[in-house]
Design a protein around this ligand. Structure first.
Ligand code: MGD
Ligand code: MGD
Ligand code: SF4
Ligand code: MO
Length: 699
């Protein structure tokens, strides 16, 4: 007899409700849950791949140890004891440990409940993560303006009438720092009530194709666009801060003068967006309607990422759209991580590259390889990689690939032998995805409605296997015991969750949430900024001096001529998720996706036709890739998706091996970064493109 379990998909930030039909341990189907309070039946193709993940023959089930270059299965106890003993020896020799946390750890609340014990046990100072490849500018801005690294205001799409999306592609990504499942239908509903969506992107993306207007922008230049819009807001008389004045500090008065010197025509020439278009966007954002401007990866992972995210907040404030129904609001979820954890921190520290930002205790991942390659006592010699694949996800991955070889001890918490974990001495694999429970710990606070939804595990964990949280908790205790330190009791994730739910304003118990398989809806977002602000004076700090100084740096950069070269950007496809879903047969179906998109005129100028092989070269490296000629990318722009490059030796992904692709991060450059946040620059990489045959002939 088959059974249907309502559950949340854990793969991306959308956290869609799914219905999983099983018979015994066989998965019969995975469908959208029409009754889920947030996703309303929506799913994307990745949800069905959960079955491939659960049953993947390439998945490791037992810890493995590398012996003379070969993987050998070993027992958990042996693995924990050996790792703890090696770490102790290294610590006694003064060797520095480090940790890299990847994206899936944000989707496993169990990991979040245990990781601090492991960090403490390791005596960690060097923590790196995917966040500094992704979103650290948001945290810096939120910390300075609102007093907490995670206090994010998200667009209230269900009541918005004019939504501007800059450098985000939620139709494929399903939203980021914005939990917005069923995005397409929500846009259609907005348009049905005469609302408009405007998209600004160097590629005519899936989201752009849904929009009422799309403007191409030159990669890496959006700061000019934001300043242009803000200037037009002030000059056109569209500013109205009456709604927010009570909670704004007097820094507001510094902003208009600070942008006064910029010239609209010059800004327009820099970013490629017409002055009239900037004025129209300003007028619409400032019109008598709920509106919002939102910017994501395309404007975060660039040299002025923090400045961009600040300007976005300032535009929403100037037009009275922050903390407004239909504008942007801070969610009040059932489990309010923001009120329960500290404000976070933004500091600086010395690295091999000189002084760099440390945000929420995290060092910039762009400096990671050089910390492993440095020759002095500060060299990182032991590394734990928790759910991450930095060889494919961090800039100059090829160098990182070499750096990992120099470690004295490397442990990967992963279910696959990946491009990264192939370098490990030990791999500690978790149980299957349907053998763990789920709560959208970090995503309730980013969701378009206030809600709660808990999913228990569907299957028991098989004998001899463990969940990530257990592996982390048990290893941490072994390390503490080996060091002769006090060993705390394990607090089970469910208990921590129950406690956090009950301590949150909604006061729900885990039992109550669990009893509602479709989730509990706590209603639409509400203006609440006055109560949420965590700055010392409980006011929005409108113009932090770092942001004003960064405006000056941008002004200087405007005066320099920008070399007229091809600029490389990334992309995401709805059937792919960062580097780790290419081993799913269901998802890999269809045409080759790791292609170089290039505009017809740029292709013709280089003698390239659709399907040809091209060499793409940047300062750091070159790759060979098949060409896809399309006018969906702007003239002067080429695009390669990230997360491919599975052809490296020793990778244990047999399905992905059929279409390995190349890694865009063999081209991106860790020398470029956003100085206010330390975030990587992953777009607008200068490249040259030429037919492969020409180069071969020249050799
Ligand atoms: N050029 C370019 N680079 C990018 C980006 C880009 O847009 N362009 N995007 C960046 C962004 S936003 C991100 S978030 C990063 C992602 O960067 P990472 O987090 O470093 O990489 P992922 O591809 O998410 O790799 C996740 C790893 O965790 C493993 N894994 C998956 N689920 C689990 C689990 O439940 N338990 C355990 N133990 N392991 C698991 C997978 O097998 C995989 O090896 O990439 C960044 N890199
Ligand atoms: N299907 C799928 N979904 C995912 C993921 C995935 O890999 N696949 N990854 C998840 C993760 S970890 C994250 S962080 C989110 C990311 O979510 P999003 O940010 O929505 O996704 P991206 O596709 O990176 O969108 C960035 C957009 O910026 C554009 N862009 C590039 N450079 C510039 C620029 O200089 N200016 C402007 N204005 N635009 C630019 C790109 O063309 C792209 O359309 O997606 C999540 N969801
Ligand atoms: S959008 Fe797709 S991958 Fe993301 S949670 Fe929903 S079903 Fe899962
Ligand atoms: Mo991400």
């Amino acid at each position: 007899m088959s059974q249907i379990h309502a559950r949340t998909c854990h793969i991306c930030e959308a956290n869609c409700g799914v219905l999983v039909e099983v018979e015994g341990r066989e998965i019969l189907s995975i469908k959208g849950n029409p009754d889920h309070v947030l996703s309303r039946g929506h799913i994307c193709p990745k949800a069905t791949a959960i079955a491939d993940l659960q049953d993947d023959p390439d998945r490791l089930h037992k810890p493995v140890k590398k012996v003379n270059g070969e993987w050998q299965e070993i027992g958990w106890e042996t693995a924990f004891q050996e790792i703890a003993a090696k770490l102790k020896d290294l610590k006694e020799a003064g060797a520095k440990p480090a940790m890299y946390m990847g994206n899936p750890s944000a989707h496993d609340y169990g990991i979040s409940t245990q990781i601090s014990t492991l960090r403490r046990a390791m005596g960690l100072k060097n923590i790196y993560s995917a966040s500094t490849l992704d979103q650290i500018p948001h945290h810096v801005v939120q910390y300075h303006m609102y007093g907490h690294v995670s206090l994010a205001a998200v667009p209230d799409i269900d009541r918005c009438q004019y939504l501007v999306i800059v450098g985000g592609n939620p139709a494929a990504s399903n939203g980021s720092i914005w939990t917005v499942p069923d995005f397409k239908k929500r846009v259609k509903e907005m348009q049905a009530r005469d609302g408009k969506m405007i998209v600004i992107d160097p590629r005519r993306t899936e989201t752009a194709k849904l929009a009422d207007a799309h403007h191409f922008v030159k990669p890496g230049t959006d700061t000019a666009l934001f300043i242009g819009i803000l200037k037009a807001i002030f000059e056109g008389g569209h500013a109205d801060i009456s709604r927010l004045e009570q909670i704004m500090d007097d820094g507001w008065g510094n902003i208009e003068p600070a942008i006064g010197g910029f010239d609209m025509a010059e800004l327009s020439a820099h970013c490629g967006i017409a002055v009239d278009d900037m004025r129209e966007i300003a007028a619409q954002l400032g019109a008598d309607q709920p509106a919002a401007i939102y910017g994501r990866m395309g404007v975060s992972v660039c040299e002025f990422g923090t400045l961009n995210q600040w300007l976005i907040q300032v535009i929403n404030i100037a037009t009275g759209n922050l903390d407004r129904e239909g504008g942007t609001m801070v969610p009040e979820p059932a489990l309010d991580t923001i009120n329960l954890v500290g404000r976070g921190s933004v500091r600086k520290t010395q690295t091999a590259r000189g002084e760099m930002p440390v945000v929420m205790g995290e060092l910039p991942t762009i400096t990671f390889a050089e910390e492993m390659l440095r020759e002095d006592d500060e060299r990182i010699r032991s590394l734990f990689v928790v759910t991450g694949n930095p060889v494919l996800s961090a800039p100059d991955g090829a160098r990182l690939d070499r750096a990992l070889e120099k470690l004295d001890l490397m442990v990967s918490f992963d279910m696959y032998v990946t491009e990264t974990s192939r370098h490990a001495d030990y791999i500690l694999p978790p149980c299957g995805p349907l053998e763990k429970d789920h709560y959208p710990f970090f995503f309730g606070p980013l969701a378009v409605r206030n809600y709660a939804s808990y999913s228990p595990a569907i299957f028991d964990i098989r004998d001899g296997e463990k969940a990530d949280w257990e592996i982390i908790a048990e290893l941490a205790r072994e390390i503490l015991a080996t060091d002769g330190q006090d060993v705390p009791n394990i607090r089970e994730p469910r208990d921590v969750l129950d406690n956090m739910l009950q301590s949150s304003p909604a006061g729900l118990t885990l039992a109550e949430v669990e009893a509602a398989p479709n989730g509990i809806d706590l209603g639409p977002l509400r203006p609440c900024m006055a109560d949420r602000l965590m700055t010392e004076d409980k006011l929005i700090q409108c113009a932090h001096p770092d942001f004003l100084a960064e405006l000056q740096r941008f002004a200087q950069s405007l005066a320099e001529t920008r070399p007229d070269v091809l600029r490389l950007i990334g992309r995401r496809h709805v059937r792919s998720n960062n580097s780790w879903l290419h081993n799913s047969k269901r998802l890999l179906k269809g045409p080759e996706r790791c292609t170089l998109m290039i505009h017809p005129d740029d292709a013709a100028g280089r003698g390239l036709a659709d399907g040809d092989m091209a060499t793409v070269e940047s300062r750091v490296n070159s790759v060979e890739i098949v060409v896809e000629v399309t006018d969906d990318v702007m003239l002067g722009v080429v695009s390669i998706p990230h997360g491919f490059g599975h052809g490296r030796e020793g990778v244990g992904l047999s399905v992905a091996a059929a279409k390995p692709g190349v890694s865009i991060n063999d081209l991106t450059d860790p020398e470029s970064f956003d100085p206010l946040s330390g975030n990587a620059v992953l777009n607008a990489t200068p490249v040259t493109v030429a037919p492969v045959r020409e180069l071969e002939a020249a050799e």
